[in-house]
Design a protein around this ligand. Sequence first.
Ligand code: UD1
Length: 431
Amino acid sequence: MNQYVIRGGNPLAGEVEIAGAKNAALPIISAAIMADQCVTLENLPDVNDVNVLLESIAGIGAHVDRIDRHTVKINGSTIHDCCVEYEYIKKIRASYYLLGALLGKYNSANVPLPGGCNIGSRPIDQHLKGFRALGCDVKIEHGTIMASCDYMRGTSIFLDKVSVGATINIMMAASRAVGRTTIENAAKEPHVVDVANFLNSMGADIRGAGTSRIKINGVTSFHGCSYTIVPDMIEAGTFMMAAAATKGDIIVKNVIPKHLEAISAKLLEIGCEVEEFDASVRVVAARRLQRTHVTTQPYPGFPTDMQPQMTVVLALAQGTSIVTESIFENRFKYVDELARMGANIKVDSHTAIIDGVPSLTSARVSSPDLRAGAALVIAGLSAEGVTVIDDIVYILRGYEDFDGKLRSLGAEIKTVSSEREVEKFRLGGVS
Ligand code: UD1
């Protein structure tokens, strides 16, 4: 099992290039199988979740041709099966996007029900409500969602909860329904807009993505296209937090600064300098940062996927901060690990009360999920001594070359796979 070893204490400095957004890439890969012509996707992040999803569409017969690390050609004309294997679903929850894509294309899909995960139960009732409203018969039997219909008809769907996944899944299916569908109370995240833009590039007729009302006029077929995936706002935000926690000075490149506004605003509020350029942002943390309150919200609010990284920054800030998690029920698991590094945080249900400490100390910690894992890396980068992070498999699901990018900013971090290597790192340098 791979681990990260980190010798903390170096302020990050330099420039880092952000990859394409994982959370846009996953639905876009799923949607690509809806065309019977070749679709070329560029700026695809080379992360485990994306690679597993590519295997899973190849598993049902799609032709997948990896052109280079960040470019893939997908042709869905060779699909011979609407049943997706549990092996894939087990590894990535987001393969539920194949439900919307297969339903849209074939009016039939059998996809195993994804289980809960480390950040709490993850219901998909709103996805299923949407498919049913479009006229599908949806059953769950033997752990598999079976959905089918003769044809889908457009309708009006009000989401009871703002859900990124349900908005995208319904949008995909409805783009091939007969007539017009309206999704009310839709999610507005940049990746929702990116998926709508991609579907439109294949011939869909979707308007209003990025607002709470999305209107979809169904079309009968999709054609091939080339599409470049939007930059990953969460990867960008993670590096911005790493700069803040290490008193660094970095330029985060290949981003859309508008998508980072909630993150930039909080960093400015606690005392960082944040400078926006056309496609990059510079973050400078010249002195000890100050306390604040943060509540996670759907976009354009502060993203839940940035909550653990922000908590690490506030664990080091002067004064008492309060972080409230309003999206997921169980997203403070990593706090016990941070406490082992000297953080002073009390969690009461959905709220973390953080008494900032001047510095953290190194420890051996374990990554409970993707974003919490990234947060522990940030903690390790700020702490004196050698931190060992176990279970980095979660981090690799969503960050491309995380340790390499951090090294390019001056961090001492290495991937190791044995105790011997950990000891060698403790005694020596990074090589
Ligand atoms: C996506 C992101 C995830 C991010 C989350 C919120 C992907 C692959 N994952 O997850 O990184 O943290 O958005 O920005 O894009 N809910 C229901 N019923 C449903 C669907 C959701 O009650 O049918 C609830 C969830 O439990 C949660 C909230 O709605 O409390 C938001 O979830 P949702 O936006 O759907 O998250 P995901 O799409 O799963």
